[in-house]
Structure formats: C-alpha cells, structure tokens
Write a protein that binds this ligand. Structure first.
Ligand code: BV8
Length: 256
C-alpha cells in the first residue's frame, strides 16, 4: 500500500503527489494541534488555548517556579493528569502508521505529552521536554512521576516533591521560556530538517523559537513543506503549502 494513492484525487496538487511518492526522508513536525482532538488544550487558540486563561510568565518560566513552586508544580501536575486520562487520536495513529510506509521518517514534536509514543511511534524527538519526566532543579536527578492528581478538582496548589539525594526541589521536565532546548534532540531535528525531502508541519502556530525554524530550514534546504492546520497560516516560501483542516481528519487519508 502506498500512502499517497487515496488522497490523490481529493486534495493534493500533482506536484505534491509526486513529492510524496518520491520522498525518501519524511519529517513530521508536530505542535499542540495534533493532540487537540484527544482533548488536550492548545496554547494559543482563542478561548480554549491555555494562554487564553493563564499567563505564561506566571507558569512557564524558571522565575515563576522559584517565585511560587506550588502554583507551577500544581499546574503541570494538573496538565499531566489530563494527558493520562486521554488517548491518542487518529492523527497520532496515522503518523505512527505512516512511518511503516515510507522509507524513512523522523518525528519531531514540541508537545510535552506522550501521545505519539502511546500511538506507536517508537522514536520521538521532544524539543520541549516532557510532563512525564520530572527532575531535581539542583542535581538534575530524574524522578518517577508521583501518583496523578484527581483533575475533577481543577488545577491545584501542590508542593513539589523534594530530591532524596540533595534536597533540591523537583521541577517539571519541560523546557520553559528562556531555557535552552535539549541539545541532542535539537541537533537531530535541525539535521533531519536540512536533509529531508518532505516535511509535514502539523498543528503548530509556529511562533516559538528555535522550533519554529524547523519548517523554514526544510523549505530553504529544498524540501516541500505541507502545513496541516484548520487556521490559515502565513506561509513563508513557494515550497510551502497548507491543507486546511483538522489533523485527525486529514492525516488518516495518507495511510488508508
Ligand atoms: C530559547 C513547554 C535560547 C512548557 C513551551 C522575544 C522575546 C522573548 C523571548 C523570545 C523572543 N523571541 C524569541 C524568544 C525566545 C522564546 C520564544 O520563542 N518566544 C516566543 C513566544 C516569542 N523561546 C524560548 O525561550 C526557547 N528557548 O530560545 O533558548 C535562549 C535562552 C536564554 C536566553 C535567550 C535565548 C524555549 C521555548 C520553549 C517554551 N516552552 N512550553 C509547557 O508546555 O508549559 S512553549 C509552548 O509553545 C508549547 O511547548 C508548545 O509546544 C509551543 C508551540 O506552540 P504550538 O504547539 O504551536 O501550540 P499553539 O497553541 O501555539 O498552536 C496550536 C496550533 O494548532 C494552532 O495553529 C491551531 O490552529 C492548530 N490546531 C488546533 N486544532 C487543530 C490544529 N491543527 C490541526 N488539527 C487540529 N485539530
């Protein structure tokens, strides 16, 4: 089964079909929109986005955690508990399936959930860390996540655990604003973007750097870039196109 046949007549311009048929190395680059249909809120969507209801300065920076560890730890534990309650959606599943049909696929995500892994994607480059890998703020020792919260009580103030080795505060394993991204994952992501033939950018507003450079780098390096998003995006080059719609509806068409 070739992944592109079913969609051919429906959606895709002929030059894309040719690009998909001949692409040896695919990159799939995902953002919060890929998990939206699982019930995980995005960040910047009006009304439903997390940053419509919370201020990133109060929650997603080192300064915020040092100022109010209980607020920040409790907010991330609330988000982790939400993730544990939901399941991967057809978009996550289609990406895992696509990897079985194309010669090579690199999956890069900005998401801090584990829904790609639970859908069966074996190797995921997490650029912004993970809700599921807390670590000590002082000595960096990793900690198994505690028992999840009961989310029916909403977000809660909750003291972070303390490191058994050094007594430091345990922090969420995500990358906050102003922090460096994990070096190895970022290097691998940039290399894949520079070398791929085709990049699918799924469910991201493309405003957070340096991750937002990844589709731009692929297009500059000669790859085709296809954005999948229900909102119209401003596209940066003639090698970029958009398929307008929800990831959970469009991506399964690639692997039917
Ligand atoms: C760094 C993790 C070097 C934790 C996140 C100017 C001033 C100040 C700072 C900067 C600046 N310019 C650049 C910066 C740096 C800053 C940055 O980019 N800021 C931006 C916002 C201006 N970047 C950093 O600080 C990064 N580090 O640069 O290090 C450095 C270090 C020190 C000093 C100098 C330099 C670190 C960034 C990491 C931030 N961490 N969160 C957490 O989760 O709480 S960011 C957050 O945004 C999430 O991680 C998320 O992954 C990321 C990207 O968002 P998206 O995934 O795109 O989500 P969004 O809601 O925006 O969009 C969703 C899309 O889905 C929408 O388009 C929607 O239409 C679509 N959608 C909805 N439903 C569907 C759908 N699509 C498909 N199907 C659907 N069903």
């Amino acid at each position: 089964m070739t992944p592109v046949n079913t969609v051919s007549e429906i959606l895709w311009p002929p030059k894309f079909l040719e690009a998909m048929r001949s692409a040896q190395h695919w990159v799939v680059f995902t953002g919060a929109g890929v998990s939206a249909e699982s019930g995980i809120p995005t960040f910047r969507d009006a009304l439903t986005g997390l940053w419509s209801n919370f201020d990133p300065e109060d929650l997603a920076t080192t300064e915020a955690f040092l100022r109010d560890p209980d607020l920040v730890w409790g907010w991330y534990e609330w988000r982790r508990a939400k993730v544990l309650k939901v399941a991967p959606n057809p978009a996550h599943q289609a990406i895992a399936e696509l990897a079985r049909h194309v010669p090579r696929l690199t999956l890069i995500t900005q998401n801090v959930d584990d829904l790609h892994e639970r859908a069966g994607s074996p190797s995921v480059l997490h650029l912004h860390g993970s809700l599921h890998h807390p670590r000590c703020m002082r000595c960096a020792k990793a900690l198994d996540p505690p028992q999840p919260l009961d989310t029916s009580q909403g977000e809660q103030l909750l003291a972070p655990p303390v490191c058994v080795d050094c007594g430091g505060l345990i922090r969420p394993g995500v990358v906050w604003f102003g922090e460096m991204l994990p070096e190895q994952a970022l290097t691998q992501a940039f290399e894949a973007a520079a070398q791929c033939d085709l990049l699918l950018s799924v469910g991201t507003s493309g405003v957070v750097y340096p991750a937002a450079q990844i589709p731009q780098l692929a297009a500059r390096s000669g790859a085709w870039v296809i954005h999948i998003n229900p909102q119209n995006l401003a596209l940066g080059s003639e090698r970029e196109f958009q398929l307008t719609g929800a990831a959970g509806a469009l991506l399964p068409l690639l692997v039917q």
